[in-house]
Design a protein around this ligand. Structure first.
Ligand code: SF4
Length: 199
């Protein structure tokens, strides 16, 4: 909706409204106080489109990387954050990555946290992660077989859409997707729809 999101609001929005890819990046960032390059890129562009200004984005990353000195932060990270906002280098206005791009490009290695959990997590890890992310929003282990069946057939965004329906079951019914039968194609579309349903 274009209204500004501050660094302080991110934890709350993450807990209530993020798709699994971004929730995983956020939780890993909180746990490790760090994210590797592709994780920072995937999450950073998402946060920009979510509505963080450049100042709030720098504040967010500075606070999140809490075990490094200002010096190191300024040298190694500040430029890249400004770059992703189109304020450095060739000043390109980078779009946040779509599901398609996240699913197909830059495959994560074992120590990476970027990617799509529906595609890139091992089945047992995915089930554990989904319960930990979404049980407070109504997802139960009884929902998992259907989701895992969809994942097994390679329909990752369909699984993600089903999780959206389950975690918003007071507002959308099965088959309605994120609203009007639409399915998830972009993490920012997921978070926007989820936030709209809250108000
Ligand atoms: Fe993220 Fe898209 Fe995967 Fe959902 S389907 S977790 S929004 S990449």
């Amino acid at each position: 909706d274009g209204s500004e999101v501050t660094a302080d609001m991110v934890d709350d929005i993450a807990r209530k409204h993020y798709p699994a890819c971004m929730r995983n990046l956020h939780d890993c960032l909180r746990r490790d106080r760090h994210l590797k390059h592709f994780g920072r890129l995937q999450y950073g562009l998402f946060l920009k489109v979510l509505g963080l200004s450049i100042d709030e984005a720098i504040l967010f990353w500075r606070k999140s990387f809490s075990n490094i000195q200002d010096d190191k932060f300024n040298k190694e990270y500040r430029y890249n954050i400004r770059h992703s906002f189109g304020l450095e280098g060739k000043r390109a206005n980078y779009a946040a990555k779509s599901c398609q791009q996240i699913l197909l490009a830059d495959q994560p290695g074992t120590s990476d946290n970027h990617g799509c959990p529906y595609r890139h997590f091992a089945p047992e890890n995915l089930q554990t992660a989904l319960l930990s992310m979404y049980s407070s929003q109504g997802l139960t282990s009884a929902d998992l077989p259907e989701i895992m069946h969809t994942v097994k057939n390679g329909h990752y965004h369909v699984a993600c859409t089903r999780v959206f329906e389950i975690t918003h079951s007071r507002q959308v019914s099965k088959g309605e997707g994120i609203g009007g039968g639409e399915s998830v194609t972009h993490p920012n579309q997921y978070v926007t729809k989820s936030r709209e349903l809250e108000v």
